[in-house]
Design a protein around this ligand. Structure first.
Ligand code: CO
Length: 541
């Protein structure tokens, strides 16, 4: 593994790609990566380990990195010889990596969902998957079976004393944060109805309204779609008596049209949703021909929209949502959002301190745009997909002017990316830096093989690459913890943690990078082979 210096890759001011080609940019696909290495990352996790102590195989684990990295992702892709049609249909498997005093230990467990338990016993798939996995037995076995298998595979977050494994179409599963044992479905002390949709993309408000909060949503889709926006306390407050995990506020808003909302973004005053121009035709799903997600398609001539919902504690609380036309393209994930007027010095960004202006300040949203909805059709094996035929994700910045109802768009990079985040202490504020998984070459679609730190002002970047034999997953930026009373550390002071599929070893590595320089600090070879994961989070302590 090598460190590529960002200095060779300074982009022009408009964010267009670099002019000087490096070998990686021009190499044939076979030199950037080996397809068999990439495909070897799709497999079943064969073991569940408990508290296995690990050492760095290269470098040193930073002694001041303290806490637990939780990761979620599909851990079972085949059962009884039947493969999932899409890896997103695989059963959720949680990995916990605990850092303490320069040491590390690992625990991993499948989430004991109802479907996982039943299929383990049966030794074959008993449910259809949202992304096209069919039960054995052809159309007759699948038609009109619309049961959802809650596979708990998308994200894992800590809320109070519970660890929640999330899957957006249904309830969270609660796990023990230490042992990862499944406690069962959680309705969050009666906040949720049984089976109610609950997003797998909560956003953690670092304290724009005094205390840290988990802001999240559930969406009920139909000809009209309803978003339920919820804000939860993440810590006990001895003064108010509020307990961690308690619902602080909520609101519900209905919008015209079928909503496909995987992610959202928050600012101090707004919850920002991008409603893709997409249509859902349920017929092939009902008839057993396609998975529900395969029935989504771009709506010809459709208009995407930003749905901006005022947060209950913000300056526009109680006001109706604002709807603004959004640019063409399809978005799964956002990097961050902020309000231009709230870009104030530290400590003076509490919107409640100032009277709300009649016209809210422009809202800026940075998102990963695809030219079209990427889908794997019923007849395609996901391990043989042609990357050149699938649109790549590109980071774009939209500035929403609420006074005029217009949106200006600017592309921040031409490099294929996914899984982007800012320093979690600056979520909802203007940020200088983002960290994201990117392809090895500067343009075009390829598997994700590198981690990029992007300067969102100058578009300069630094890249750490796992190519040619490594494949990255979502990078998690962990800011350095400072003693109470010490000055705020620099925005990029901390680490980036990333699970890498090591094609040479056919197993997973944990890579620890310095978040500022993107230097590789440590590589830990895990005694596990974990397929490409989805989301995860770091819990300090
Ligand atoms: Co996601």
């Amino acid at each position: 593994m090598t460190i590529a210096s960002g200095r060779q890759q300074v982009s022009s001011a408009d964010g267009r790609g670099a002019s000087a080609a490096t070998p990686a940019q021009t190499a044939e696909p076979s030199l950037r990566y080996n397809r068999a290495d990439w495909a070897s990352g799709f497999r079943n996790v064969g073991q569940e380990l408990s508290n296995v102590a690990l050492k760095a195989n290269k470098g040193t684990i930073p002694a001041d990195l303290k806490g637990t990295l939780y990761r979620n992702g599909p851990g079972r892709l085949e059962r009884g010889g039947h493969w999932v049609h899409h890896p997103f249909d695989g059963d959720g498997m949680i990995t916990a990596l605990r850092f303490e005093a320069g040491g590390l230990n690992l625990t991993n467990r499948f989430v004991r969902t109802e479907g996982w338990l039943a299929e383990e016993k049966a030794g074959k798939p008993l449910y259809r998957g949202v992304f096209g996995t069919q039960k054995p037995g052809g159309l007759l076995a699948n038609a009109f079976d619309v049961r959802l298998k809650n596979i708990a595979n998308t994200h894992v977050v800590r809320l109070g004393d519970q660890l929640l494994a999330l899957w957006e179409a249904s309830s969270p599963h609660a796990l023990d944060p230490e042992t990862l044992d499944t406690k069962g479905i959680s309705l969050l002390d009666g906040v949720l109805k049984a089976g109610e949709a609950f997003s797998a993309h909560p956003r953690f408000d670092p304290g724009h309204h005094g205390e840290e909060r988990m802001v999240t949503f559930g969406v009920k889709s139909g000809p009209r779609s309803t978003i339920r926006l919820m804000e939860f306390a993440v810590a006990d407050d001895p003064v108010s008596g509020v307990k961690a995990g308690q619902l602080l506020c909520e609101r519900s808003d209905s919008f015209g049209g079928f909503a496909f909302l995987h992610d959202f973004a928050i600012t101090p005053n707004w919850a920002v949703f991008l409603q893709n121009a997409i249509a859902f035709n349920p017929l092939p799903f009902l008839l057993g021909q396609k998975g529900a997600a395969q029935c989504l398609a771009s709506k010809p001539g459709g208009q995407a929209q930003f749905w901006l919902i005022p947060r209950d504690s913000g300056a526009y609380a109680g006001q109706p949502p604002r709807i603004v036309p959004a640019p063409e393209g399809f978005v799964f994930h956002h990097l961050n959002a902020w309000e231009e007027a709230s870009d104030a010095p530290e400590g003076s960004n509490n919107p409640q301190e100032a009277a709300a202006p009649a016209t809210p300040a422009p809202i800026v949203v940075e998102s990963i745009f695809y030219a079209d909805f990427p889908s794997i059709g019923p007849d395609t094996d996901f391990r043989t997909i042609d990357f050149d035929l699938i649109p790549e994700g590109l980071l774009e910045r939209c500035r929403i002017d609420l006074a005029t109802g217009t949106v200006g768009t600017e592309r921040l990079s031409e490099r294929c990316c996914e899984f982007a985040m800012v320093n979690p202490r600056r979520e909802g504020l203007s940020c200088r830096y983002g960290w994201m998984a990117v392809a090895e070459r500067e343009t075009g679609n390829d598997p994700l093989q590198a981690i990029k730190k992007l300067d969102l002002v100058s578009c300069e970047r630094r890249v750490w690459s796992a190519a040619p034999r490594g494949f990255v997953s979502e990078p998690v930026m962990v800011p350095r913890s400072m003693p109470v009373g010490s000055p705020e550390p620099a925005e990029d002071d901390g680490w980036v943690l990333c699970m890498v599929w090591n094609g040479a070893r056919c197993a997973s590595d944990l890579v620890i990078l310095d978040a500022a320089s993107m230097e590789e600090l440590a590589v830990v070879e895990l005694p596990l082979a974990i397929p490409y994961g989805l989301h995860g989070s770091f819990v300090e302590g």
